[in-house]
Design a protein around this ligand. Structure first.
Ligand SMILES: [Ca+2]
Ligand SMILES: [Cu+2]
Length: 305
C-alpha cells in the first residue's frame, strides 16, 4: 500500500506526494464495496426518507466562525472555476471559490442543478453527510486501506488501478483532465468535467471510477506521516484504521480526513493522484464539486437491518 515518493514535492505536487510513502504491507478483512460512487439519485432517496440537511445547506454560525463578519455567514460550498489565463500553480485559491448557494442540488452554485444527472456521483458532500448516508443505508465509509485494497482490484504494486500504462492501447481508463490546468479542460477522455458513474471500465473487482471522476471520503483521519509510522512498526499492518487524531502541518487547525481516488481535475501538471496509492485530504465540513463517496459493508452485517 502507498506509492513511491518521487522527489521533494509537497502534497500538491504532481505524481506521488511525500505522504504516500513509504510503500508498506497491509492486510484487510473481507468486505463488500459499492460498485460506484453514490449517485444523485441514490442520495436523493436518502434525503427524501430522512429530511437530512447537508452541511452546505446549513447557515454557518457565529460560534463556528467567531472572526467572520456576519455577511460572510452564508450557506454554500467550494466550487472549481477555470482561470481565464495561465497561472502559476502555487496557490489553489486561484481556481477554488466559496460559492453561496452551492450544494448537492446545485453543485456549481444556484444557477446549476442536477436535472438529468441522476447517474452522476453526488458531490458537495461533507464528511458528516457521507457518514449519515452510510448509516441510513446500513453501511459505513471505507477505511483508507480498504479503499486502496479495493482500488487495486487484485493487482499488486501497479501504478494505476488497471496496470502500469496510463492509456493501454490508447484507451482512456479514468476521467481526468487534459489540456492546460487550470485554464481549459480539453475533455479528450470524453468528459470535460464530471462524468456519470460507469463511464469508464471497471477494475479487476468490478468497481468503477476507483481513480478519477470524483475524490471519495475515507474514514481515516489524515496525517502525512501515517505510512511512515506504520512502516516503522514493521510487519504487516492489520486492518489499519488511521491515526487517532488529524494533523496537517500545512493547515494545523483544520480537522481533515482522507480522500482517495483523485478526480476529473487531476492531471500530470499539478496533481496526478489518480495514481493508486496516492492520498488526498480534506477538512471534514468542506464539500467541493469534485468530492463524493461510496460505502462498504462488512460481511457479517447485512444492509438495512
Ligand atoms: Ca475528463
Ligand atoms: Cu488531483
Amino acid at each position: 500500500m502507498g506509492a513511491p515518493v518521487n522527489g521533494g514535492g509537497n502534497c500538491e505536487m504532481p505524481m506521488a506526494s511525500n505522504d504516500a510513502g513509504p510503500v508498506h504491507r497491509v492486510r484487510v478483512d473481507g468486505f463488500w464495496m459499492d460498485a460506484t460512487a453514490v449517485t444523485n439519485e441514490q442520495f436523493a432517496r436518502f434525503i427524501k426518507a430522512t429530511g437530512y440537511v447537508t452541511i452546505a445547506e446549513r447557515i454557518p454560525t457565529k460560534e463556528e466562525f467567531p472572526t467572520a463578519p456576519a455577511e460572510n455567514l452564508v450557506a454554500g460550498s467550494v466550487v472549481f472555476a477555470p482561470t481565464d489565463h495561465e497561472v502559476p500553480l502555487d496557490n489553489y485559491f486561484q481556481w477554488w471559490t466559496y460559492v453561496p448557494g452551492a450544494n448537492w442540488r446545485h453543485p456549481l452554485g444556484p444557477d446549476s442543478d442536477i436535472k438529468g444527472k441522476e447517474k452522476y456521483p453526488v458531490v458537495q458532500i461533507a464528511y458528516p453527510d457521507a457518514e449519515a448516508y452510510a448509516k441510513w443505508s446500513g453501511k459505513r465509509l471505507p477505511t483508507e486501506a480498504e479503499f486502496e485494497f479495493a482500488a487495486r482490484g487484485g493487482l499488486s504494486g501497479k501504478t494505476y488501478v488497471w496496470g502500469d500504462e496510463f492509456r493501454p492501447n490508447g484507451k482512456w481508463m479514468a476521467n481526468t483532465w487534459q489540456g492546460k490546468f487550470p485554464v481549459k479542460d480539453a475533455g479528450e477522455d470524453g468528459f470535460a468535467g464530471i462524468a456519470p458513474v460507469k463511464s469508464f471500465p471497471p477494475n479487476g473487482y468490478g468497481l468503477y471510477d476507483m481513480a478519477g471522476n470524483v475524490w471519495e471520503w475515507c474514514s481515516d483521519w489524515y496525517r502525512p506521516d501515517y505510512y511512515k509510522i506504520l512502516a516503522e512498526k514493521g510487519g504487516v499492518a492489520n486492518n489499519p484504521q488511521g491515526p487517532d487524531s488529524p494533523f496537517d502541518p500545512a493547515e494545523p487547525k483544520e480537522k481533515k480526513r482522507v480522500h482517495r481516488g483523485g478526480s476529473f481535475l487531476c492531471n500530470d501538471q499539478y496533481c496526478s493522484r489518480y495514481i493508486v496509492g496516492t492520498r488526498g485530504k480534506g477538512e471534514v465540513n468542506t464539500g467541493t464539486n469534485h468530492l463524493g463517496f461510496r460505502c462498504v459493508l462488512s460481511p457479517e452485517k447485512s444492509a438495512r437491518d
